[in-house]
Design a protein around this ligand. Structure first.
Ligand SMILES: [Fe+2]
Ligand SMILES: [Fe+2]
Length: 161
């Protein structure tokens, strides 16, 4: 079964299209994340995987997609230690939440998705199945990116165009 079908892609876009083309979300393209992958590509990847998990298991897939897209909207270069006050693992979800809150009206579930996505390296525990889905998707996508499987799977052309 293909990773991305037309109906999945259309349903995914209907959840996040208003956010996807904002200058804030687009600006993640200029921020490095994992080797060869920028923050925008990572965020779209996580959002799509979380969306698929949520849709498959009859969860709130819109919240999973939107929370997934915004989970790393911290908007600074993570290699620059002076860009945030403390530990990147703990700091960046709070920056992402602040930026996401100015971009759109977040539900409580979406707020928790962003704050808890680094669990267990997070102050906040995931409080919904969607928050767990995004946290798992984040780790799965990070693994695919770090091991360069991202390139081999040619996901950039499909997900982050
Ligand atoms: Fe993150
Ligand atoms: Fe992430």
């Amino acid at each position: 079964m293909p990773l991305i079908t037309l109906s999945n892609r259309a349903a995914f876009l209907s959840c996040v299209e208003d956010l996807l083309h904002t200058p804030e979300v687009q600006s993640m393209r200029s921020l490095p994340h994992h080797p060869g992958v920028n923050c925008y590509e990572h965020s779209v990847f996580v959002a799509y995987v979380a969306f698929r998990i949520a849709r498959r298991y009859h969860m709130d897939y819109r919240a999973a997609a939107r929370g997934g897209l915004l989970h790393d909207l911290y908007l600074y270069d993570c290699r620059d230690a002076s860009a945030h006050p403390g530990n990147q693992c703990l700091d960046h979800p709070e920056f992402a939440l602040r930026n996401a809150s100015t971009l759109t009206q977040l539900s409580d579930k979406e707020r928790n998705i962003i704050q808890a996505h680094m669990w267990p390296l997070a102050v906040h525990l995931p409080r919904s199945r969607e928050a767990w889905a995004v946290s798992m998707a984040d780790k799965l996508c990070a693994t695919v990116e770090v091991f360069q499987l991202w390139r081999r799977m040619k996901l950039r052309a499909v997900l982050a165009a």
